[in-house]
Structure formats: structure tokens, C-alpha cells
Design a protein around this ligand. Structure first.
Ligand code: AMP
Ligand code: ZN
Length: 468
């Protein structure tokens, strides 16, 4: 069956044809590490995870690059306000980001380049753009001349009539009304303090848009298959990436652009600046698990807005539990006398799942197929008309679905649970008695058993370290 994506560039659904199958080269704009990412950010990253997992399910070999933006206006502002050295500041949030990805059961990308490690590539790009007349310098700042690139505006579908030639914008973020020449490189000013690079084009730092052009072309080539990000990045960020990259290489930058819609709260985009955000950690503190949050973020089609509510999260938690109970119960089922209907249930579930996801990652259809399958197999099991062989085939299918969904939570055996609870109680008394050596010893023992402890205001919580 053909896999189809809705391409922002052409505004149509198109059959996906990678440049060099089975490889798929994929670039995802990564986080700006100036704070903990919020669940709106993670909605976009979980969409990227669904995409890469489904491509793998279809037999492709994904080569994904996700950048870490560890230098930009906001990072400078906030690290300085805190008085923290740049590296130390960004390291903290980069580490937190990777922890959060693991909590959400995300498959790692093949590469996570950091902008500050790639300054030389960016400087080379600026030099190339100046030499070819696509960029110019004003007082040590370098700007991209958008009138030099006739295709400017093709992604965001901009009408550039009436544009004031030569108008410039220095900040990285601006609205469509301010479309103008944008900064590739920003000369050092006193406000930047000790944050600068001494380079052939002067003392300063890169603009945000240039970072992604440099890292994507360097690691994925002049032309690659898919570029993703949230809809807010379509303009100006991705428009500017196209202008920079295509002017440098003379080639088409990206064949398929996919943009995911926002996670919203009470009708508004969740964002740090609006203050209406929850970090992943906020929700974990309230007792939700990474898998439950993953379910919520994954279950709405990426091109529809996702309205965040706690009722929605509770519903996701219920659906996740149903999924896992299904696998647990089926695993325990010894098998009965087949009534001959399971084969059809299994085949049609596989087809329905794939047909939906092939259609621009229609996850709602995909999950409907999974839960119809769960209902039908549960019925056959409860009527005892599923053979051991059919049970195994059904388990195989859900395991295959799970390579895409990653909803499976390993069951904790009852005796393991008793042992863990006893050790935790002992650790708590050891800590009360200030016997920290014994408390640490118990923590280590639990770690070895694959148990992760979390101290919460409600007491110690524990879970099995997820295998993914
Ligand atoms: P940032 O760290 O701000 O550069 O954003 C990282 C990613 O999160 C980008 O792809 C953004 O488009 C995306 N993003 C930001 N806010 C939201 C939101 N409320 N819902 C979905 N994605 C978002
Ligand atoms: Zn980017």
C-alpha cells in the first residue's frame, strides 16, 4: 500500500517516494534549550516519533537528525539573568530534554548536533551567500537579501507584492507582516557579554534560522526527504531555511514538509511566553506516567489541534490500561478450541491499521483498528474459541503495532511487587533512622532489579524501568 503525506509545500497529499530507499533522511527542528520543554513542544516531538516509527514499520531505514539550539536570543537573555555560564545553562536543559524523551518512550534520532559545535559550517554558509549576492553586511551583521531569491514565500504561500525592499529584521522571531531581510549573523554587542565567536566574518553569533540550514545540509545532504516541525515554524523559520539552503547549494532543499498543529489550552497555543504551560515534569509530579502522556500526545492526528485537559489525560490513561490489560490477559490465556474466525479478525485489523496510517499518519483510524481488534479478540477469548496458535498470532500483531505505538508497559509480577514494596519500606525506615548507607544500598539493589524510584510529596513511587 502506498504511504501518502500531506506536503505543506504543495498543499496536497502526495505519495511518499524517498530519494534513496530504503533510507529516509529526516530532519526535525529540535528544542531551544533555555528551559524545560513543555508538553506542547513534546506533542511535536512525539509526532516525529510516530513518523519515524511508522517509516520503520513500512521497512524504511530512517536517518534522522534533530538539532539542539543551544545559542539564540532567549538563551542569552536567560543565562545572563541567572548569571550562569552559557555551557552550564544549556547543558542542564539539554540533559533534561534527553531524559524527557526517554520518559515519553521516544526512539532516539541518529544524531543530535548542537548549534555551538557547528559555527564553522554556518560561517562558511554566510561566506557562500555573500559571494553569490544573496547576503550583505551592515556593521558586522549579515543579512539575507530575500529579493535575491525569487522563490521566497513558496512554503508559507506569501504574497510579496508591496514588500519594502531592503527592510531588515534583526530578531529571530517575527510575524508575516514583518517579512524582510533577516539576520544570518549578529555582530557582538555589549549586551552579549562573553557570548561570541571570533570568526572570519567577524565577532558575533549565528541567527537561529541559519543554524538549521547548516546542520541539515551538513548531515543529510543538499537535498533530503522530509523536514518536520510545528506549524509555528513554517514562517519565518522554514521559509528562511529554504532560502538559505537552496541559495547555497543550488538544489531543492527538501522534498516533503510536514507540520504538526499545536497543543492548545483554553483555545490558546501552549507556550512559555503565554505562561499557560505544563512541563512533562509537572504532569509526572501529579502522578501521571510517561506512557499515559505519550498516549495523549500521540492519539490526535498531527494536523488537528490537540486541546489539553486533565479529563483528556485521564481518558488516555484508561485507554492505555485497556491496551495493556489486553496483552496481559491474552498472554495468560492457555488457548481453547478455535471457531475459525480469528484469522479474519487478525488480517482485517492489520489492514485497517496500515490503511489508516498510510493515509498521512491517520492515527485516529489506526487506534480505532487497534481497539476493534482488542474488542474482537477479547470476545473470542472470553467465549474460549481462540486456539493457542491464534492467540500467538494475535500477540504477534499487537507487538507489531506496538513498534509504532510503544504503549506497552511491562507487567510487574505480584511477588516482585511485594518484594519491592518491602524494600522501599525498609529504605524509608533506614532514612528515618539516618542510616543513609543502608538506604543507598537498597536504592542500588532496586536499580539493579530495574526499579526506578521517585520521591514525591505523596511518598515514594516506583515503576519498572521501561525497556525502550
Ligand atoms: P522551541 O523549543 O520553542 O524551538 O520549540 C520546539 C518545537 O516545539 C517546535 O517544533 C515548535 O513548533 C513546537 N511547539 C512549540 N509550541 C507548541 C505547541 N503549543 N504545540 C505543539 N508544538 C509546539
Ligand atoms: Zn529549525
Amino acid at each position: 500500500m502506498a504511504l501518502v503525506f500531506r506536503n505543506t509545500l504543495t498543499r496536497r497529499k502526495e505519495e511518499f517516494k524517498p530519494i534513496a530507499p530504503p533510507e529516509v533522511r529526516l530532519y526535525a527542528c529540535g528544542p531551544t534549550v533555555y528551559n524545560y520543554a513543555h508538553i506542547g513542544n513534546f506533542r511535536t516531538f512525539v509526532f516525529g516519533d510516530l513518523l519515524r516509527r511508522y517509516l520503520t514499520y513500512k521497512g524504511y531505514r530512517v536517518n534522522q537528525v534533530m538539532n539542539i539550539t543551544d545559542i539564540d536570543d532567549k538563551i542569552i537573555r536567560d543565562s545572563q539573568a541567572e548569571g550562569a555560564p552559557l555551557n552550564e545553562f544549556t547543558r542542564r536543559y539539554t540533559d533534561a530534554f534527553f531524559e524527557d524523551l526517554a520518559t515519553l518512550g521516544m526512539e532516539p534520532a541518529e544524531r543530535y548536533p548542537r548549534a555551538t559545535d557547528e559555527i564553522a559550517t554556518m560561517v562558511d554558509m554566510v561566506k557562500t551567500l555573500v559571494a553569490s549576492g544573496h547576503a550583505y553586511e551592515v556593521d558586522g551583521n549579515y543579512y539575507y537579501k530575500i529579493s535575491s531569491f525569487p522563490a521566497y514565500g513558496k512554503l508559507a504561500n506569501l504574497d510579496l507584492e508591496g514588500l519594502k525592499p531592503g527592510a531588515r529584521v534583526a530578531s529571530d522571531e517575527y510575524e508575516k507582516e514583518s517579512v524582510s531581510d533577516f539576520a544570518l549573523w549578529k555582530a557582538w554587542t555589549e549586551a552579549d557579554g562573553d557570548i561570541f565567536w571570533e570568526t572570519e566574518i567577524g565577532k558575533g553569533r549565528p541567527g537561529w534560522h541559519l543554524e538549521c540550514s547548516a546542520m541539515s545540509v551538513k548531515y543529510l545532504g543538499a537535498t533530503f526527504d522530509i523536514h518536520i516541525g510545528g506549524v509555528d515554524l513554517q514562517f519565518p523559520h522554514h521559509e528562511n531555511e529554504i532560502a538559505q539552503s537552496e541559495a547555497c547549494t543550488g538544489k531543492t532543499f527538501v522534498n516533503y514538509w510536514l507540520h504538526s498543529e499545536h497543543l492548545i489550552v483554553e483555545g490558546k497555543k501552549m507556550s512559555k511566553s503565554a505562561g499557560n504551560f505544563f512541563t512533562l515534569r509537572d504532569l509526572l509530579e501529579r502522578g501521571y506516567t510517561g506512557h499515559q502522556i505519550r498516549y495523549l500526545l500521540l492519539a490526535t492526528h498531527y494536523r488537528s489541534q490537540l486541546n489539553f485537559t486533565f479529563d483528556g489525560l485521564d481518558a488516555a490513561a484508561k485507554a492505555l490500561a485497556r491496551y495493556n490489560e489486553f496483552v496481559d490477559n491474552l498472554t495468560d490465556y492457555p488457548g481453547g478450541e478455535s471457531n475459525g474466525t480469528a484469522a479474519e479478525v487478525i488480517t482485517s485489523a492489520a489492514t485497517a491499521f496500515e490503511t489508516s496510517l498510510d493515509d498521512d499518519l491517520n492515527i485516529s483510524g489506526g487506534l480505532a483498528a487497534v481497539f476493534d481488534f482488542i474488542r474482537d479478540i477479547n470476545r473470542l477469548r472470553s467465549e474460549n474459541v481462540l486456539s493457542a496458535d491464534e492467540r500467538d498470532q494475535a500477540l504477534q500483531l499487537i507487538t507489531r503495532f506496538d513498534t509504532v505505538l510503544n504503549f506497552r508497559e511491562e507487567r510487574v509480577a505480584a511477588d516482585l511487587s511485594t518484594e519491592v514494596e518491602a524494600l522501599i519500606a525498609e529504605r524509608t525506615s533506614a532514612r528515618k533512622a539516618k542510616d543513609f548507607a543502608r538506604a543507598d544500598q537498597i536504592r542500588d539493589q532496586l536499580t539493579e532489579m530495574g526499579i526506578v524510584l521517585e520521591d514525591t510529596p505523596q511518598g515514594v513511587k516506583w515503576k519498572l524501568r521501561s525497556s525502550s
